[in-house]
Design a binder for this molecule. Structure first.
Ligand SMILES: C[S@@+](CC[C@H](N)C(=O)[O-])C[C@H]1O[C@@H](n2cnc3c(N)ncnc32)[C@H](O)[C@@H]1O
Length: 214
């Protein structure tokens, strides 16, 4: 598959404006250029960046509800956080905080935010340090390919306590992870089949409260 056919395939299902597609083109161009020297995504996924990364991330857009402040944990090259920031840049007050400890990935994310004018703030920090110093709360937490569900909940604990919801893009083992997590957490969650990955699922967490002694 060429990058162009992959782009066409993704655009058939992407509910975004022409301006947003233009910004995604800038993003993909920058990713191709930086990838040559900085290895930002798995090389095997580069020719399918539109379906594997952009469309996979964009499927969270209708699930964001009225969220304005989004915290994306372990953003890597910006999936899903940067895609959400670009697509929602016309929504007043919408901002995505991208937390990524790898310096070269954080530099890339800052460059993408600059060229697309996306409402994205990059925090080149470890998640543990970001959450302990963050007092602005969040409406929504997002993450993909970062950690198991119990670990994601631990990372998110402070934000969940102040009312954040979460959308985690996960693989087929998420049922087991959810069972594991419920030993320590009271969780109100829904599993939503991924639109882009036949074995993937989105865990939509409405509330998660750590059990006493958990
Ligand atoms: C497998 S990559 C996934 C990146 C992106 N979310 C995606 O799906 O393409 C995980 C990313 O999380 C970052 N990361 C892992 N642990 C972290 C931590 N404790 N704090 C900040 N970033 C972390 C890594 O540097 C890496 O870029």
């Amino acid at each position: 598959m060429t990058l162009d056919t992959d782009r066409q395939a993704a655009l058939r299902s992407l509910p975004v404006s022409r301006e947003t597609v233009g910004d995604f083109d800038l993003y993909v161009d920058a990713l191709q250029r930086w990838q040559r020297v900085k290895n930002l995504v798995a090389p095997s996924t580069l020719s399918q960046v539109w379906t594997r990364h952009i469309a996979d991330s964009a499927q969270l857009l209708p699930l964001l509800g009225n969220a304005r402040t989004v915290v994306d944990l372990g953003s890597g090259a910006g999936f899903p956080g940067m895609v959400l920031a670009i697509a929602n840049k016309s929504i007043p007050g919408f901002r995505v905080h991208l937390v990524e400890s790898n310096g070269r990935k954080a530099s890339f994310l800052r460059e993408v935010a600059r060229i697309t004018n996306a409402p994205a703030t990059v925090h080149a920090l470890r998640i543990e340090d970001f959450v302990s110093g963050w007092s602005d709360g969040a409406d929504m937490i997002t993450a993909r390919a970062l950690a198991s569900l119990p670990e994601l909940l631990d990372y998110s604990e402070e934000l969940l306590k102040t009312g954040a919801q979460a959308l985690f893009l996960k693989g087929q083992d998420v049922g087991q992870e959810l069972t594991q997590a419920t030993k320590y957490w009271n969780i109100q969650a829904e599993l939503i089949p991924s639109l882009t990955d036949s074995t993937g699922q989105i865990v939509s967490i409405k509330t998660a409260i750590k059990r006493l002694g958990g």
